[in-house]
Write a protein that binds this ligand. Sequence first.
Ligand SMILES: [Zn+2]
Ligand SMILES: [Zn+2]
Ligand SMILES: [Zn+2]
Length: 66
Amino acid sequence: MTAECRACKAGLGHCHGTLIHHPHRRDECTEPDCATPDTAHALHIDCGAVGCACASADAVSAHRVG
Ligand SMILES: [Zn+2]
Ligand SMILES: [Zn+2]
Ligand SMILES: [Zn+2]
């Protein structure tokens, strides 16, 4: 994809990858060398959406605590 987003046109530092949120680990980006702050990502998903085990573990403990 070569389409430019609003941040591209403005010359802002940002990332076109998807930031994956882990409840018990650092957030990670789908771009391997990403050094972009998490707030500068257009796409955010929970790690459970990509089959990460830590999300389901968190859901169980949250249910027990909640
Ligand atoms: Zn862009
Ligand atoms: Zn990124
Ligand atoms: Zn995870």
